[in-house]
Design a protein around this ligand. Structure first.
Ligand code: SF4
Ligand code: SF4
Ligand code: SF4
Length: 376
């Protein structure tokens, strides 16, 4: 093997100094499972699901936190590796209320277990992320149930206290991705690891609700959570991944142009996520981009122009409304000059419309009194 090459599953693979085994493998499409690993954040090796066998090493190594070294011989799916991953999955499944089809508690029927979980969850439905859960996917792949270990009942009640995010601690596997997403990716520093042992919990502001913390409700933690511990309140139990179609679009709120995926079910947007690996946002969104789409379906949304008269507003045609605006603008310019005009473009307009609005004011009406409303 040449310098900066290692062997993975019998294939010679090049790497850049500083890369981990995981990064070297991913660069050549060799799959190694991950749960806690968050691209761009400091590797923690917390979940141990990415364990691999390195020839000469006494123990299995976490691929996400082990540097690639020239001449290394790595096996990613050896018998020993698979056995270790199965144990990790068994323990994770038993660490809380994982009431999906992967559960098989020997001493108790699955239905009884599920009923207990439903009572805890306050819903008659299966887990809200059923079909879009990395733990569930891996349990199916490695054919693991939590049969040998009794599931933990969950030490903390579900937090429903804010309008946007549900925190279900009974499904949290303490992978830490949300903490890294909040602290390292968005740099909001609203949540951290709290307590110890079986009382371990992700806490906000010394264990208060998110609404009482520094949280700005960007929802980055939801997007990072690999299981059903953090879900959007609006779409919880309203959406199933196999029933949706996704539409890629550009966020209409500001000039950054973040790339969004609209999750559409029955012709309605049920949630919005950031497009991973796409510029400029690399999967991130702010509170407006992620949650601010209710106005689309608002009953109060204006569909016809309104003209203000003495007793209030009356509906008008577009021609009448536009003629009136043009007449008034000309009248003001004639009486007081263009400096007497000002325009405020709507925050919910697309960037192109805002561009046209400023062109109209600057080029046609000859004033720079033009701004953009930043309110949601
Ligand atoms: S979080 Fe995942 S593993 Fe747990 S119940 Fe939900 S789908 Fe199953
Ligand atoms: S919503 Fe944003 S700010 Fe709040 S905890 Fe999650 S990542 Fe942090
Ligand atoms: S809430 Fe989700 S992302 Fe955060 S530690 Fe728990 S499982 Fe991991």
């Amino acid at each position: 093997m040449a310098e900066n090459e290692l062997m993975i599953n019998g294939h010679t693979v090049g790497f850049t100094p500083g890369q981990t085994i995981l990064e070297a493998a991913q660069a050549v499409d060799i799959w190694i499972p991950t749960l806690c690993h968050l691209k761009g954040a400091t590797p923690t090796g917390a979940c141990r699901i990415c364990l691999v066998e390195v020839a000469g090493a006494r123990a299995l190594q976490p691929a996400c936190a082990t540097p690639a070294v020239a001449g290394m011989r790595v096996r990613t799916e050896s018998e020993k590796v698979v056995e270790a991953r199965r144990l990790v999955l068994e323990l994770l499944l038993a660490s809380g209320n994982h009431n999906c089809a992967v559960h098989n508690d020997n001493g108790q029927s699955w239905t009884d277990f599920q009923l207990d979980v439903q009572r805890h969850d306050g819903s008659n439905d299966l887990c809200p992320v059923w079909g879009e859960c990395r733990l569930q996917d891996l349990a199916f792949r490695y054919q693991v149930t939590s049969g040998r270990f009794k599931p933990e009942p969950g030490a903390y009640p579900t937090e429903m206290a804010n309008p946007l995010i549900v925190r279900d601690f009974s499904r949290c596997i303490l992978c830490g991705r949300c903490v890294q997403a909040c602290n390292e990716v968005q740099v909001n520093r609203a949540i951290s690891h709290g307590y110890r042992g079986t009382r371990s919990k992700i806490v906000a502001a010394g264990d208060r609700t998110l609404a009482e913390s520094e949280c700005v409700f960007c929802g980055e933690c939801i997007q990072a959570c690999p299981v059903g511990a953090l879900v959007e309140k609006k779409s919880r139990y309203q959406w199933r991944p196999w029933q949706e179609t996704t539409v890629r679009t550009t966020c209409p709120y500001c000039g950054v142009g973040c790339q969004q995926l609209l999750h559409v079910q029955d012709g309605r947007i049920v949630k919005v996520t950031g497009v991973e690996k796409a510029e400029p946002n690399q999967g991130r969104l702010c509170v407006k981009g992620r949650f601010g789409y209710d106005f689309i379906y608002s009953e109060e949304r204006l569909k016809t122009p309104l003209i203000r008269e003495k007793d209030g507003f009356r509906e008008a045609s577009w021609d009448e409304a536009l003629d009136l605006v043009a007449t008034k603008l000309k009248q003001i310019i004639a009486e007081s000059g263009p400096g007497a005009l000002a325009g405020v473009s709507c925050a919910r307009s697309i960037n192109e419309d805002s561009y046209n609005m400023q062109k109209l004011f600057r080029a046609a009406l000859k004033t720079n009194n033009i701004d953009h409303c930043a309110r949601t």
